[in-house]
Design a protein around this ligand. Structure first.
Ligand code: R5P
Length: 286
């Protein structure tokens, strides 16, 4: 017997369909002090269980919820896979400034004690993978590539707003037979301010741009990169990422910056996504 245990959302319904198993939706009640009461129905012992957990928005309470659900499920089975499509805290992969806690490592310790298999998509830093005992990082590049190959673009160039996503941008570029470049984005670790250090002119005059990153959070990285491309007289610009978080009015600001289209997958609970990642995840769960 196999179950998908998850909050009721489109991704979990699609995954339950792909895997041909029952979707079990825990009943969650949040008390006024923020504590959570979670109720699960009786499930058959030794079942194969896939827990799907969105980790954005309400990151911390969702992490806590998944830990509580897993701790209960461990009482009936050892065959648990946690699919956490957007891995939170993965940007803090080291102690950048003295005294900073490596939060990704702390999170990994919480999950590691349950001896689970974890599945995630396009984790921000591959360094974080080594903190987990059993984790697989799936790439969304194929589904993103399929999507991009269907858009009409003029002599496109894939541009990564920073060095971090350079390799993935080049893989996407190869997929759609385009060139790729990575900008040299610098983040002041104290103030959080961003700037692009590259001063050289990019050969992108008149060419359409696919700005490609792992995630859009505030949108500042995409907006900065778009300004740089426009300064270099590019054609139209679209922004594409795996994880669309869109803090506050990020989408509005991105559109106002002249980016004509924002494309992202359903790894977070954000509506209006263009690319469905469920089949890619399901293929790793069979
Ligand atoms: C950072 O290194 C990441 O790859 C993203 O570029 C960044 O986290 C996006 O954040 P924001 O949208 O706030 O600039």
């Amino acid at each position: 017997m196999r179950y998908v245990v998850s909050e009721d959302n489109e991704l979990s319904r699609k995954l339950a369909d792909h895997l041909e198993c029952r979707l079990i939706v825990p009943e969650v009640r949040i008390f006024s002090d923020g504590e959570q009461k979670i109720t699960l129905p009786k499930l058959r012992k030794n079942s194969k269980i896939v827990v799907i957990q969105y980790a954005y928005p309400e990151t911390n309470s969702r992490i806590m919820r998944s830990l509580m659900i897993i701790s209960r499920l461990k009482e009936i089975t050892d065959d648990i896979t946690l699919a956490i499509p957007y891995m939170p805290y993965a940007r803090q992969d080291k102690e950048f400034l003295k005294g900073e806690i490596i939060t990704s490592k702390a999170i990994s310790k919480l999950y590691n004690r349950f001896e689970l298999k974890i599945l995630t998509v396009d984790i921000h830093s591959k360094l974080v993978l080594k903190f987990f005992k059993n984790i697989e990082d799936i790439s969304a590049v194929n589904v993103i590539g399929d999507y991009c190959s269907k858009i009409r673009l003029n002599n496109p160039v894939v541009v990564s707003p920073d060095m971090f996503w350079k390799k993935q941008a080049s893989i996407l570029a190869r997929y759609i037979h385009a060139d790729s470049f990575a900008l040299n984005k610098f983040r002041d670790r104290k103030t959080g301010k961003l700037k692009i250090l590259s001063s050289k002119t990019l050969p992108i005059k008149g060419r359409d741009i696919i700005l490609c990153d792992d995630m859009i959070s505030t949108g500042k990285s995409m907006i900065l990169a778009a300004k740089f491309c426009k300064k270099n007289k590019s054609g139209k610009i679209i922004a594409i990422c795996t994880h669309g978080l869109f803090i506050k009015d990020a989408k509005k600001k991105i559109k106002e910056s002249g980016i004509s289209k924002i494309i992202y997958t359903n790894t977070s609970n954000e509506k209006d996504y263009s690319i469905d990642i469920s089949k890619t995840i399901a293929e790793r769960l069979v």
